[in-house]
Design a protein around this ligand. Structure first.
Ligand SMILES: [Ca+2]
Length: 301
């Protein structure tokens, strides 16, 4: 599929979702329908795909563009830092980022997924030009990052590829490691199993769009965790490793899955989302970016 076709497909889904969903302002206000009150971050946010814990606060990655285009190359992307009710700019728009997505920090190394590449900044010298780790041309939806030991894993949604790259060698290059349909959000369990959320880049959900578990990174064999298909994006595990949380665009919302008991996904009562993306779970608090709505919903579990 060509880049423009993928863009149009994704934006078609976004337009459809926006058109079909009641806005919050129009939602029924009866007592039984009163939405649960959460903290909602909006200040200086413009199309936020991703959140990441940093120091005592939260990083939020923004496209900064006029229109929502996850494959744009306008160079208006920027990273905000929220802490204790205040917002600062960690990385201003300087042309290095266009549609920043999944982030990862190891020491002073700060990695950000961006369209066809991973951009690596240094936290101790953020004004320096970053290193660009460019993936093959067909890998357009470079999406998320997760590490186990000294190995960084990089997901690509449209090709379903997961690359791995050594962190001990600062000049290492990504090597193809595994294939998971629609590979989007990733997180590691304490036992070293990798969980991968699947999102259909062409907008058409198939039975393959579930959450996968890769039990052994030394011999990757992705297995479906459950059968309930969706358009899954963000993924996180509870501190005790027993509960898995995923965001989904269609059906819309945030869902919990009990890894011990199995069974069905359970929707969390968080109100309406236009597109819940790369969330963070930290100290029993979920930070859920609503990408098209340019807001981050904060909910204590
Ligand atoms: Ca994502």
């Amino acid at each position: 599929m060509k880049k423009t076709e993928i863009t149009l497909c994704l934006l078609g889904v976004l337009t459809w979702m926006t058109a079909c969903k009641p806005s919050e302002a129009n939602a029924p206000q009866g007592a039984e329908n009163t939405p649960v009150r959460d903290t909602v971050l909006t200040e200086r946010i413009r199309f936020c795909e991703s959140t990441y814990p940093y120091r005592d606060g939260l990083l939020v990655a923004n496209f900064g563009t006029e229109a929502l285009d996850p494959l744009n190359t306008q160079g208006k992307g920027y990273i905000l830092y929220f802490e204790a009710g205040k917002v600062d700019t960690l990385l201003p728009p300087q042309g290095y980022l266009s549609a920043p997505k999944g982030m990862f920090i190891r020491g002073e190394r700060f990695f950000v997924c961006d369209v066809n590449k991973v951009v690596e900044f240094r936290l101790d010298s953020l004004s320096l030009a970053p290193r660009e780790i460019v993936l093959p041309a067909e890998d357009l939806f470079v999406n998320d990052l997760a590490a186990w030991g000294d190995t960084l894993y990089i997901s690509v949604t449209n090709t379903g590829r997961i690359y791995r790259m050594g962190l001990s060698d600062p000049q290492a290059s990504p090597v193809l490691w595994a294939q998971v349909p629609g590979a989007n959000g990733m997180t590691f369990g304490q036992d070293g199993a990798l969980y991968v959320a699947s999102y259909p880049a062409d907008g058409t959900t198939t039975p393959d769009n579930v959450v996968y578990r890769i039990a052994d990174v030394s011999a990757p064999a992705p297995e479906k965790l459950f059968e309930q298909a969706g358009q899954y994006d963000g993924i996180a595990l509870s501190a005790d490793g027993k509960m898995l949380y995923v965001t989904s665009w269609v059906p819309s919302g945030v869902f919990a899955y009990d890894l011990t008991a199995g069974g069905e996904l359970r929707p969390l009562d968080l109100g309406e989302f236009q597109g819940a993306a790369d969330m963070t779970l930290r100290d029993s608090v979920l930070y859920i970016p609503d990408l098209p709505a340019s807001r981050v919903v904060v909910r204590r579990l």
